[in-house]
Design a protein around this ligand. Structure first.
Ligand code: 0L1
Ligand code: MG
Length: 253
């Protein structure tokens, strides 16, 4: 196996919805190669007409790191085909074993082509919004190494973007609830995201710089989850609420 065949296998797995075991038993790729597999996988999606619209960060909270047994920030790509309307619905059969997590997101207003810092990062941001991310590892039972999950576009499957608010609505520590059919199933705060979600902006800008990439103006950045992810079940309604930013929801058929 090589970079391209790994990407093709993950691509087919996503389309066929049949989970696989680690690809690293056949090709022991490292983290740099994992990002190359991810990039090739996104290229395959673009060849099928999807458009790149942003990035997502993963493993940005202690809860997520503990849940998945890692200690490393990762990122993946978002395409237009992954976006679900706020209040819309998804079909469980379109996924393998999806989980949902409440996130905070940012929309950029300028190209990000440098490493940001606490003083300037909000100058690059048009607005902030509550979000839901649906993750769906292509690996059996969500069992993977750091390299595996990066190759698998950091388990990204779908996301819902809530209403966009000006950046003066942003605070580093806002309460976050995840509800199923109106009942709270997880709670946390945005401070769980690297201590302050602005750190996510700074870190993604640094990681993009390291890979010589520019994030264009108008991109979505999902900064990470404030709680552990919860398995999705059909016939239920899921909602994330962020204090001061309102709510965002999706139903599962
Ligand atoms: O968005 C995330 O934090 C998920 C990163 C990938 C690991 C997972 O599948 O939970
Ligand atoms: Mg996430």
């Amino acid at each position: 196996m090589n970079i391209q065949t790994c990407a093709e296998q993950l691509h087919q797995t996503r389309l066929n919805k049949k989970e696989i075991s680690s690809l690293r038993t056949n090709f022991l790729f490292d983290l740099e190669q994992a990002y190359q597999i991810q990039e090739y996988g996104l290229h395959l999606r673009e060849q099928q007409g999807e458009k790149s619209i942003g990035v997502k960060l993963g493993f940005t909270s202690k809860a997520k790191m503990l849940q998945m047994g890692v200690n490393h920030l990762i990122w993946g790509g978002l395409t237009d085909a992954m976006q679900v309307q706020d209040g819309g619905s998804i079909n469980l059969n379109d996924f393998i074993h999806p989980r949902i997590e409440p996130e905070i997101g940012f929309l950029t207003k300028k190209d990000i082509n440098l490493t940001l810092n606490m003083t300037n990062c909000l100058d690059y941001i048009e607005g902030v919004f509550p979000a839901l991310e649906i993750i769906d590892s292509r690996y059996q039972a969500f069992k993977f190494s750091l390299e595996d999950v990066v190759a698998d576009n950091t388990s990204s499957a779908a996301f819902v973007m809530g209403q966009l608010y000006p950046t003066d609505h942003f605070e580093s520590n806002m309460g976050v609830l995840l509800k199923q059919d109106g009942h709270i199933i997880e709670s946390g705060t945005t401070a769980a995201i690297l201590g302050n979600p602005l750190q996510a902006l700074i870190q993604i800008s640094e990681l993009l710089q390291q890979r010589g990439k520019i994030l264009p103006a108008g991109s979505i950045i999902l900064a990470g989850a404030a709680t552990a992810a919860i398995p999705l079940h059909s016939g239920h309604h899921y909602q994330a609420e962020i204090n001061g930013l309102g709510s965002v929801s999706v139903s599962v058929n």
